[in-house]
Write a protein that binds this ligand. Structure first.
Ligand code: ADP
Ligand code: MG
Length: 372
């Protein structure tokens, strides 16, 4: 029995991978309709700080992992007394807070864009005027572009900081982006590492829209990205699956952020690789040797947000019949009980040879679904 903290789609794919290999899974999630809880062997429907629930996990699971980076560090620390927890509370606590994450990256000489740590109104005074346009990001609990405000001057910065209730933040210079890429990597308990091919990512309103593999950036940049992703994992003494997002700006690479879990940009691995990111999550959690994954086909993955479940604000789910069981156009729906604008409801992956054609076909499918 393996334990999964968090019941979203990433947890659901972990449950599927673990069950396929022969494990049972207990999911902890306070939502009775959670996508992972619905298919788990055991769903403990309780909060992440519920001591009774955590004690039950300790008593019944061999090892526990997470799909949700905002798991309180105290929860992981509690479980670490007596249970294998991968990744560790220490690694998660660095990357779940943008301030700790940026300091870790800067102190270990990773290339990062210019930023200022904002912890109080006085630190606003340290912001130089040439940082604008910039993005104020709340240090904790942001995701999918939430918890971010674009600011063009000091006045807007002040207003944005107020809007975030003066909570700790990072102010980042807005980089002009040639491209965004990411690397999903797994590191075993013995330090062994595998990585999946570098992904090219396109975002709309701060949310991942489309991922393309292989990434259309130079081999040199891909090599740098993999090198930095490996270095992040090693420096954090990380065990499990980790994803590192990068910006390419004026030909130079910058680390954007780190996710202590499988990643949306790694979903293509389910349909284009022999082993996927969730298989590697199971292997690294259970101490099974990692399998070096092979890209079997090129891939384009498109996210399906709840927006296309509505027409004139009335619920009108898209017609998904165009996915007819083809192995080159594969649909994944997450089983969420309610569609909402901006909510990730599912994704599909188109696989084949020519990436330009795959991208055209993916956009055609997305348009057909959106027209519904
Ligand atoms: P999250 O993915 O947690 O919502 P990110 O920091 O990755 O937060 O921001 C989401 C997206 O917003 C990025 O993928 C990128 O498209 C854009 N973005 C974020 N920070 C910057 C920046 N400093 N310069 C340019 N674009 C940015
Ligand atoms: Mg991001």
């Amino acid at each position: 029995m393996l334990g999964m903290l968090g019941g979203g789609q990433l947890g659901r794919f972990f449950v599927i991978a673990a069950q396929n290999i022969g494990y049972q899974v207990t999911v902890l999630d306070p939502d009775k309709n959670s996508p992972a809880g619905a298919i788990a062997d055991v769903h403990i429907c309780a909060g992440y700080e519920d001591i009774l629930a955590l004690t039950k996990m300790k008593e019944t699971c061999l090892a526990v992992t997470t799909e949700f980076e905002n798991i309180p560090a105290a929860t992981l620390e509690f479980l670490e007394e007596g249970l294998i927890v991968r990744p560790s509370s220490k690694a998660v606590s660095v990357v779940q807070n943008r301030i700790h994450e940026k300091i870790f990256l800067r102190d270990n000489n990773f290339p990062v864009g210019e930023f200022v740590i904002i912890t109080d109104v006085a630190s606003l005074g340290l912001v130089k005027n040439d940082i604008y346009p910039a993005i104020l990001k709340i240090a904790q609990f942001g995701y999918d572009g939430k918890g971010q405000i674009h600011v063009n001057n000091y006045k807007e910065l002040e207003a944005a900081y107020k809007k975030f209730s003066y909570k700790p933040c990072i102010l980042e210079r807005k980089l002009s982006l040639d491209a965004e890429i990411s690397v999903v990597l797994a590191r075993g308990h013995d330090g062994e590492k595998i990585n999946f091919p570098v992904v090219e990512n396109h975002h709309v309103s701060g949310i991942l829209d489309i991922s393309i593999v292989p990434a259309r950036v130079s081999n040199a940049l891909c090599t740098e990205a993999v090198h930095y992703a490996e270095k992040v994992a090693s420096q954090l003494n990380y065990i499990g699956v980790i994803a590192v997002e990068f910006f390419i700006s004026n030909g130079k690479i910058y680390v954007n952020e780190v996710a202590p879990r499988p990643h949306n940009s790694g979903h293509y691995t389910m349909d284009a690789c022999d082993f996927n990111q969730f298989d590697e999550q199971v292997f690294s959690l259970t101490g099974t040797p990692l399998k070096n994954p092979k890209l079997i086909k090129n891939a384009v993955m498109v996210n399906l947000l709840g927006d296309i479940w509505f027409k004139n604000e009335t619920l009108s789910p898209p017609n998904l019949d165009l996915f007819d069981g083809s192995t080159t156009e594969v649909l994944h729906i997450y089983g969420k009980s309610e569609a909402r604008a901006g909510r990730k409801m599912g994704h599909f992956t188109v696989t084949g040879d020519n990436v330009t054609n795959l991208e055209l076909r993916a956009k055609e499918i997305k348009d057909l679904l959106s027209k519904n």
